[in-house]
Design a protein around this ligand. Structure first.
Ligand code: HSE
Length: 426
């Protein structure tokens, strides 16, 4: 006999509808495999009269959150509202009432993980959030369970599909950011308000979650350095391509001892790097563990069914669990010592500048770099612009972020004006 689990939805947009479809289309096969049958008892929506392609049974839709949270037959609450408020309050209340939560809400986790987990543990409720990072890619479970035996030293992630789509098209077409964004919005591939994606916040929420799990210590969202793609210029992508690099919005987390750096910014990587070939709206996570070595996980990071794939897997895991598990944030070697936030990381740089074409200018630039211990790895001089100035493109060796910024500020603008600075990881 199958076990029937009562579930309730908070919200039923794109992802909620995907979950409903997957649960319905796949119900027989899933019941056969897992011995579980899911009964969708209540679905919280804003407008029950809105036309929907889903055929909900009479009385399932409700506008009252209490109908979901207060139903004693609902064991598991699935949350698809997204954002901090009111979703977080609802999640907390569900946990307080001992209901297990399955969610795709990265904002709730990045900002309120501690309270959510504490409440879940106090009330013996489960907390499942695979879909919060990289949609269908099972990276949360992998970090929590499958890579237990590793000390992870770094993660490089392409964790935002919208920006990856925009940068891919800019790279292929030589097009400017604003034109590709407008087209992506027209095609429904970017949100009408794309700010969280294009300004890097979405990636930063996800990175804070990934880094916390990978490094077994809380890495607060506030510690993540965030730069988006809004100032990326087609000319820089082209110059990078000429030097053998591809530009990606990378979410980077590195750990050395207790020092952790987390940053999201446009980054040049060598064309030969596996992440350079992750295109369009695909996501990928590339990491290194001391035992497993380098690994890459790639897949769809958004969309109704890819996200539903992660949600329904969590649902099965939650419903089958004898005992819910929670990640530990004790640093295994130094339980009393917190991880430290490193804001002066080392990275290589790409610098494009417009320089006066006369003797001594290049020497001024190289001497200034030398003063701040920035070593040049490659340089290109381009044809003169109509005003007689030339474009100089530098790739540096790894240098301190702070020293590099000081060096650029120290350049004499009568000789050379910095047009763009981008980081390079290899
Ligand atoms: N807006 C996100 C993206 C998907 O573009 O990848 C949800 O996290």
């Amino acid at each position: 006999m199958s076990k029937v689990i009562g579930i309730g939805f908070l919200g039923c947009g794109n992802v909620g509808s995907g979950v409903w479809r997957l649960l319905n289309d796949f119900a027989g096969e899933m019941e056969h495999r897992t011995g579980l049958r899911f009964d969708i008892r209540k679905v919280l929506v804003r407008n029950p009269d809105k036309a929907r392609c889903i055929d909900f049974a009479q009385g399932v839709l409700t506008t009252q959150v209490e109908d979901v949270l207060g139903d004693p037959e609902i064991d598991i609450v699935l949350e698809f509202l997204g954002g901090e408020k009111p979703a977080c309050d609802y999640l907390m209340e569900a946990l307080r009432r001992g209901k297990t939560v399955v969610t795709a809400n990265k904002v709730a986790f990045a900002l309120h993980w501690h309270e959510l987990q504490k409440t879940a543990q106090e009330h013996g409720a489960g907390l499942y959030y695979e879909a919060a990072v990289c949609g269908a890619i099972p990276i949360i479970h992998t970090l929590e369970e499958s890579l237990q035996a590793n000390r992870i030293s770094y993660i490089y992630g392409i964790v935002n599909g919208t920006t990856n789509y925009i940068l891919t098209r800019m790279s292929r077409e030589g097009a400017e950011y604003a034109d590709v964004l407008a087209d992506a919005q027209k095609l429904g591939l970017a949100e009408p308000d794309p700010s969280s994606d294009v300004e890097g916040l979405d990636a930063a929420y996800k990175l804070s979650i990934l880094a916390s799990l990978a490094f077994h210590g809380r890495v607060p969202f506030e510690n993540v350095h965030v730069e988006g793609i809004t100032s990326v210029k087609a000319e820089d992508i082209r110059c990078g391509q000429e030097l053998g690099y591809t530009l990606k919005l990378l979410a980077i987390a590195k750990r050395e001892g207790l020092m952790v750096e987390t940053r999201v910014h446009p980054t040049f990587i060598r064309n030969s790097h596996p992440l350079a070939n992750v295109n369009d709206a695909y996501n990928a996570v590339f990491l290194r563990g001391h035992a497993c070595g380098e690994m890459m996980f790639m897949g769809r990071g958004a969309g109704d069914l890819p996200t539903a794939s992660a949600i329904v897997s969590d649902l099965v895991r939650a419903a089958s669990a004898q005992k819910h598990c929670y990640p530990t944030f004790d640093n295994t070697l130094h339980p009393q010592v917190a991880l430290e936030n490193n804001t002066d990381w080392q990275t290589a740089f790409y610098v494009r500048m417009l320089a006066v074409d006369k003797p001594g200018v290049l020497s001024h630039v190289t001497q200034t770099f030398t003063r701040y211990e920035v070593s040049i790895a490659a340089m290109q001089q381009k044809d003169a612009a109509p005003d007689g100035r030339v474009t100089l493109v530098f790739i540096t060796h790894r240098a301190s972020e702070k020293a590099m910024m000081q060096a650029l500020r120290a350049l004499d603008t009568n000789f050379a004006c910095v047009e763009s600075v981008l980081r390079v990881e290899s």
